[in-house]
Write a protein that binds this ligand. Sequence first.
Ligand SMILES: Cc1cc2nc3c(=O)[nH]c(=O)nc-3n(C[C@H](O)[C@H](O)[C@H](O)COP(=O)(O)O)c2cc1C
Length: 234
Amino acid sequence: MSNKLTRRMFLGTVGATAAAAATANDVSAASDKKPSEKILIAGVSCSPRKGKTTATAVKAALDAAEQVDPRIEIEMIDLGGLEIAGWSGGAKPDKSQQINDDFKPILTTLRNPSLGGLIIGSPVYFRTMSALCKVFLERCAVLRKPELLLADKPVGALAVGSFRNGGQELAIEHIQTVMLCHEMMIVGGKPKAHQGATLWNFANDDITKDELGMDTARKLGIRVAEAAIRLDEK
Ligand SMILES: Cc1cc2nc3c(=O)[nH]c(=O)nc-3n(C[C@H](O)[C@H](O)[C@H](O)COP(=O)(O)O)c2cc1C
């Protein structure tokens, strides 16, 4: 981040009246920012089953994101098989960090200064996200303090269910609601995937057979990448 006053820092330090008066200066200062050389889009698959339908869909979204601009780099995080405990130890975020489980290396990616956007995918479990997804999101609470590290970055969500209308959109909405607590910018996909990517596992775990669903995954990836680039220029 440049040493210029960002809109977030600016609004945090002065009152609303002063902010309104100086908005023009603020915006012109921000527009001088040089584009980042590297913009990382991370994709998180929150199925306990490593490499299965959710992971395949998240990877498709990331691959599509990578095509948007040469500056985009992607990183896949498959939570399948990892041991991650839910939030515990009271209200202090640093307590959670002391848990010695598989979340620690994931934090490194999420704290990467190049991180420009996130794609979060979950299998639909009983019309909402998986427990693993919830646990992952709870542990991400450490990213809210001391400052909102994920704020103003785009996040897109994806859900895979074995029923056509199995609750994919509900699971997506639940993930999006959590990420609002990080002040992330919620994005959907390109046309026809406005809520996010919704996939239907009807062919014995070969999710590529759901061409329409895979298309929504790619459109989600493209939208997250495009938004990341636009926000990087601000
Ligand atoms: C406990 C459990 C609950 C599930 N509930 C739903 C559901 O409510 N709706 C649905 O469409 N599929 C449901 N499924 C099916 C999974 O969402 C589906 O098989 C998905 O493709 C699994 O993702 P994965 O291949 O990445 O593990 C459920 C599966 C499990 C194990």
